[in-house]
Design a protein around this ligand. Structure first.
Ligand SMILES: NC(=O)c1ccc[n+]([C@@H]2O[C@H](COP(=O)([O-])OP(=O)(O)OC[C@H]3O[C@@H](n4cnc5c(N)ncnc54)[C@H](O)[C@@H]3O)[C@@H](O)[C@H]2O)c1
Length: 395
């Protein structure tokens, strides 16, 4: 961010962390028989939206690869699913707190009780088609909710002595930059030009975070990432929707001609990048995260079909090859043509690079959905049954 006031060195900041953990977390630890004693190097991170696709990947990563205590603060909307966290649910360093980020009192209590050294803010309404049908929830959660969190963080940071030991990591999307032409990449200086209610609400939240940093000196870092894919993604998004529709012998709806280009990143690579930025990102800075995997939507769908042809022994009745199920449907209004990320800053400054290629990541993803039909059935038991959303028909 240009003209940002001088910030303390973030690595030094984390080395100087005063161990602290909230009352509730301590009681959770005591209840679960953790042998660590009070205040001996314990560090707590609040993850908002931890029951969602990316949040749950971040939590699984932090539990497996760090010694952080992790508080998952999530409202459990249709997109939040605690089954994605079954493997860490009983871990002594994990605690779930049900709550809405728009609820001032709950958010304030969470800061006071858990005394976090960092917040990773992922909670959001995240599906573009839903934002076209009903923008209000996006404005409420993504903008108002972020402002509630920022205010609670500011008071906690300035009044409760968190001082240098605290940072607010805001997780955002490349969609805030709008649409690219045939060439070029989004970098950290790209102007904001959001085109959907979703991306406009995320852009607004980015601006709020930046303003809280500039105006109040709140220690923040922001990341903007490209399209994620991988296990535990809610099956309204392109890749899981196509896999599950194909397995059910249902049409594979491709918007327009499917020529929109997205830059795909495997979710565990994103989770690693986020944890790195949370710990080592320079305060006041923004980092773009992407996979250097540009693909047209139609090519993604055809690749999935080929993978499924190879992996699925018995095709649905009447289907010889899954590609036969592709069906071209009316394009999304305001559909961005191309996104692509220049991730050289996070690579050069923090040493992050994706570990999965698109082929290896997609292969793992398809295997995961084939092996986890129960998870898919459970998340689809709710109101969403794979129907078309986002045509802006005013219904
Ligand atoms: N999925 C992507 O490809 C992608 C790419 C870049 C950035 N992002 C950003 O990453 C974040 C996470 O995305 P995701 O795909 O995991 O989303 P998701 O929709 O899978 O999960 C969102 C989570 O937030 C929770 N939530 C929603 N409203 C809430 C509220 N008011 N209070 C508390 N919790 C609430 C939901 O219950 C859910 O668990 C979002 O901020 C999104 O904008 C996503």
């Amino acid at each position: 961010m240009p003209n940002a006031p001088e910030r303390p060195d973030s690595k030094a900041m984390f080395q100087n962390v005063t161990p602290r953990i909230g009352k509730k977390c301590l009681s959770v630890i005591a209840l679960r028989g953790n042998e660590q004693s009070t205040g001996t190097g314990l560090k707590t991170v609040i993850i908002t939206g931890g029951a969602g696709f990316i949040g749950s990947a971040v939590i699984r990563h932090l539990i497996e690869h760090s010694d952080y205590h992790v508080i998952n603060f999530d409202k459990l909307t249709y997109a939040g699913n605690l089954e994605s966290l079954k493997m860490v649910a009983d871990h002594p360093r994990y605690h779930f707190e049900k709550g809405d980020i728009c609820d001032h009192r709950l958010v304030k209590n969470a800061f006071n009780e858990f005394q976090p050294c960092a917040v990773m803010h992922l909670a959001a309404e995240s599906h573009v088609d839903r934002s076209i049908d009903g923008p209000a929830d996006f404005i409420n959660t993504n903008i108002v909710g972020t402002s509630v969190l920022l205010e609670a963080a500011r008071h906690y940071w300035s009044e409760h002595g968190a001082g240098k030991t605290f940072r607010f990591h805001h997780i955002s999307t490349d969609e805030v930059f709008g649409s690219l032409g045939a060439t070029g990449l989004f970098d950290e200086q790209s102007p904001y030009q959001p085109n959907s209610p979703y991306s406009a609400s995320k852009a607004s939240s980015d601006h709020l975070v930046r303003a809280w940093s500039e105006t109040y000196g709140l220690p923040v870092v922001i990341t903007n990432c490209s399209n994620n894919y991988g296990p535990y993604q809610f099956p309204e998004k392109l890749i899981p929707l196509m896999i599950l529709n194909a397995l059910d012998g249902q049409p594979l709806p491709v918007y327009g001609k499917g020529h929109q280009v997205r830059d795909w990143l495997y979710v565990d690579d994103h989770a690693r990048a986020l944890c790195l930025v949370m710990e080592q990102g320079v305060l006041g800075e923004t980092y773009n995260i992407g996979g250097h995997n540009e693909m047209k939507n139609i090519d993604v769908v055809k690749t999935l079909c080929r993978l499924l042809d190879d992996k699925v022994e018995q095709h649905p009745q009447g289907v010889t090859r899954f590609e036969e199920l592709i069906s071209y449907v009316t394009d999304r209004p305001g559909h961005d043509k191309r996104y692509a990320i220049d991730a050289s800053k996070i690579n050069t400054d923090l040493g992050w690079a994706p570990q999965e290629s698109f082929d290896s990541g997609l292969d793992k993803t398809v295997d995961w959905y084939l092996a986890n039909r129960e998870w898919c059935d459970h998340v689809r038991d709710g109101s969403y049954q794979g129907k078309r959303l986002g045509l802006a028909t005013g219904e």
